[in-house]
Write a protein of this length. Sequence first.
Length: 375
Amino acid sequence: MVGGGQLARMTHEAGIPLGVRFRLLSDGPRDSAAQVVRDVVVGDYRDLDTLRSFARGCDVVTFDHEHVPTEHLRALEAEGVAVRPGPDALRYAQDKGAMRARLTELGVPCPRHRIVADPAEVTAFATVEEGASGFPVVLKTVRGGYDGKGVWLVRDEAEAAEPFRAGVPVLAEERVDFVRELAANVVRSPHGQAVAYPVVESVQVNGVCDTVIAPAPGLSEELSARAQALALGIARELGVVGHLAVELFETPDGRVLVNELAMRPHNSGHWTQDGAATSQFANHLRAVLDLPLGDPRPRARWTVMANVLGGDYPDMYGAYLHCMARDPGLKIHMYGKDVKPGRKVGHVTTYGDDLDQVRERAAHAAGYLRGTITE
């Protein structure tokens, strides 16, 4: 697996009972996954020779991020390396402009959008062109953004100047009037077998996922089925192998619009570790190894995942004692990461039949582990 973050750490954990031997290409020896994987190569994923050496002897190469240069992945494939998802699919998770163009070709509902070259073109997009809905407008760098980074909400032409300073293409999108954010998580194997997890509600705070509720409360069966079918169709049309997360906007008039794609295990699927018969991590491994996929159905009526963000940890042992004693059914997953403000350092999951109670349990534990709740 290329990438040493928490997604690799949890994918490795899912591979242990399957007897999967895991090799990791990590930026450093203290990265989240590098702390627990035995076979670690420390190196730069942007260097082709490093990738070649790393992939030698591997049955399959997969990823915990989308940043490996596409041309390097094509070179590995040309040399006989099984890369999953392959570069022809992965480019649509790497490049938001390419993703929007391809989804539009496929008739997938998306926000109005176009690539813009300067602030004047942003103003034209917002106020002059057909379908213009005015400011504010969402601007995104086409590559490299995540967790709210590389995304701006601009209210006029002057505010639109900052995104262009990075010197990379910028995608302008209409600001969508949405009810809430949803996510449809699916997994697809090389021979086309696919499974869909329940559609979830994803609650964002300051551009970072805070809470995920599975299944999305109050979502009609019709809209849920439509979102699952949409995600399965995208996976098929783009040739995705492995896990695909389709982040969605639910609109007031009962539609769903595609916001983002991720071709790897995803934060909106972390609930599956404890809340589904087969986790997203196990199914991702099954898919890239071309094994039969596992059952995605939930174990309980409701599961809630809450991220633990960087805060003040004066006594983690004491925090564990409190959270575990207060809620023996709580599941805690910490990533071994250095604490930084706002950084995801772990998550908790709770499940049960009463949604309000399940949400309260998750929120309390995440807050207590962060240090924002003290009793």
